[in-house]
Structures are given as structure tokens and as C-alpha cells.
Design a protein around this ligand. Structure first.
Ligand code: LHQ
Length: 265
């Protein structure tokens, strides 16, 4: 296990699993410019580290409270900010990067996930939350629209009625209900979160990485494709998967009645 400490995040690597821990616990791990810059470095490292699963989590009692609003404090005479520029240069590249990582991603939601923090969790492939955690689309409370993919993730995951109510009321959604609604994969007792996620990440890291990433691609494309287009996409991805060493190993192991040893190639 190696762990590198940045100013606002920790980057750990154990076996085939990389972990990024948002680490501004006193500010509920809200995201400032330094954290954006450090996340870019850490994600570069994930992509080159040979890791086959990434876990994203938070230090302390929060997962992430979204944008650090202290960074956005304005004087009475300041011109209105261009928040679109912040999304273009910081948040949107981060969400796109997470969705395009060549390995599965797991959000271990250890506590409150608010604003952009909630939607970063939803951008991961699988979100597991501690029972005491909750999700808040806090944007309406400060006069904003959900961002970081929130207006896409929410209706796709829980449907329009719940998406709109979550976004408009900015009410806290407890982790247990988030799991019941299908916003996240599962909710576990707080004491079990670390072990549950470690086991999940280790099992994902031992699976055929390329096939998992292609599966993400197909599932995401299904939100806009019609069935014909999707069948063609599945054909193309399966063609590629069929050429992988992992496919050969999977079939061989099945026929030899042994556990497969996937390498991610
Ligand atoms: C914070 C924050 C925070 C700074 C807690 N910033 N300090 C994108 C593009 C450009 C611009 C704008 O935004 C975006 C995306 C966004 O994410 S917008 C949404 C931003 N996030 C929010 O509006 C959430 C703000 N936070 C809260 O509503 C509460 O803190 C929640 C509901 C998350 C938690 O409440 P509590 O459990 O009662 O904790 P707390 O409020 O006491 O917070 C603890 C500390 O963390 C406190 O600091 P202090 O020094 O007073 O102890 C807070 O000020 C600080 N903190 N969120 N986003």
C-alpha cells in the first residue's frame, strides 16, 4: 500500500486498486481550485498506474460539499461571475474524465454529498453509501441549477418526478432511500463501508477491465440510441472484447473448471 499526500487530497494505491480521498474534512471536502488541480494530477496517475479500479471517497464526516463557496465570495460592487467558465474549465472536464477512465470507478460515500459533490458520486460507475450519508442537490438554495451532470444523472437514475423534486426542494435524501430509489447501488452500515467498498473494488479489479469499460460505454450510449443502433454498438464492442486475452482466459477457465485469472488485457 502506498499513499501520497497532496494539500487537498490523498492518493493511495494498494494492489490493483487506486483510492482518491478528498481531504479537506473541516470544509466537508468542498472543492477549491487546488483540489481541482490535484485531482487532475491524481487522475493522470490513476491512468498510468496500472490500477484496475478507482475508489473515490472523502475524509471525515463528509464526502464532498460541492464547490468551495468561500472561493466564490464577492464584494458588493463586483461584476457577476461567469460560472459557465468554471464549469467549462474545471468541473465538466472532471466529470468527463471520470466517465472516460479506462477502469471501473466506485464512490464510497462516507457522509453528506452536496451540490457538485453529490453529482461527482453519481458520475462514478457504482456508488455505495454509508447509512448516515445523504445526497443534497443544494444548488437551488444558492440560486443555481444542478451541474456536474446532475440534470442528466438524476432523471436517468430516478425518473423525472423524483429528479425535479430533489433538485427543486434541495432536500437531503438519506442514503437508504437513495438506494431504494436506484440513485445509488447500495447503502451499508457506517462501520461496514470501508470493508464493503474494499471487497467490491478488489473484485472489480480482478475482472476483465476492458469488458467492464466497454459495458459502461454501451450502457451510457443506450440513453440516446435506439435499439438498432444499440445492437450495432454491442456487436462492435463484443467484436473487440472477443479479441482480448481476458475473453480467451474466461472461456478457458470455464472449460477447465477453474477460477479465471484476468489481466485486464
Ligand atoms: C463549506 C461548504 C462549501 C465552503 C460546507 N464551501 N465551505 C459549480 C460551479 C461554480 C460555482 C458554483 O458551484 C458549482 C457547483 C456547486 O457545487 S454549487 C453547490 C455548493 N455547495 C453547497 O451549496 C453546499 C453548502 N453546504 C451546505 O449546505 C452544508 O454545509 C451541508 C448541507 C453540506 C452540511 O451541513 P452541516 O452538516 O450542517 O455542516 P456545516 O454547514 O456546519 O459545514 C461544516 C463546515 O464546512 C463549515 O465550516 P466552518 O468553518 O463554519 O465550520 C461550512 O462552512 C463548511 N462548508 N460546505 N460548499
Amino acid at each position: 500500500m502506498s499513499e501520497e499526500s497532496f494539500e487537498t487530497i490523498l492518493f493511495g494505491h494498494a494492489g490493483d486498486v487506486a483510492t482518491i480521498t478528498l481531504n479537506r474534512a473541516d470544509k466537508l471536502n468542498s472543492v477549491n481550485r487546488t483540489m481541482h488541480a490535484e485531482l487532475r494530477v491524481a487522475l493522470d496517475r490513476v491512468a498510468t498506474s496500472g490500477a484496475r479500479c478507482l475508489v473515490l471517497t472523502g475524509a471525515g464526516r463528509g464526502f464532498c460539499a460541492g464547490q468551495d463557496l468561500a472561493e466564490r465570495r464577492r464584494g458588493a460592487d463586483d461584476a457577476p461571475p461567469d460560472l459557465g467558465a468554471g464549469l467549462d474549465t474545471l468541473y465538466n472536464p472532471l466529470v468527463r474524465r471520470l466517465r472516460a477512465l479506462p477502469l471501473p470507478t466506485v464512490a464510497a460515500v462516507n457522509g453528506i454529498a452536496a451540490g457538485a459533490g453529490a453529482n461527482l458520486a453519481l458520475a462514478c460507475d457504482i456508488a455505495v453509501a454509508a447509512r448516515s450519508a445523504s445526497f443534497v442537490q443544494a444548488f437551488a438554495r444558492i440560486g443555481l441549477v444542478p451541474d456536474c451532470g446532475g440534470t442528466w444523472f438524476l432523471p436517468h437514475l430516478v425518473g423525472r418526478a423524483r429528479a425535479l423534486a430533489l433538485a427543486m426542494t434541495a432536500e437531503r435524501l438519506p442514503a437508504e432511500r437513495a438506494a431504494e430509489w436506484g440513485l445509488i447501488w447500495s447503502c451499508v452500515d457506517d462501520a461496514d463501508l470501508a470493508a464493503t467498498v474494499a471487497a467490491l473494488a478488489a473484485s472489480l479489479a480482478a475482472l476483465p477491465t476492458g469488458a467492464l469499460v466497454a459495458t459502461r460505454r454501451a450502457i451510457d450510449a443506450a440513453t440516446t440510441n435506439d435499439l438498432d443502433t444499440q445492437l450495432d454498438l454491442e456487436r462492435d464492442l463484443q467484436r473487440e472484447a472477443g479479441r482480448s486475452a481476458d475473453y480467451r482466459e474466461g472461456v478457458t477457465a470455464f472449460l477447465e473448471k477453474r477460477a479465471p485469472r484476468f489481466t485486464g488485457r
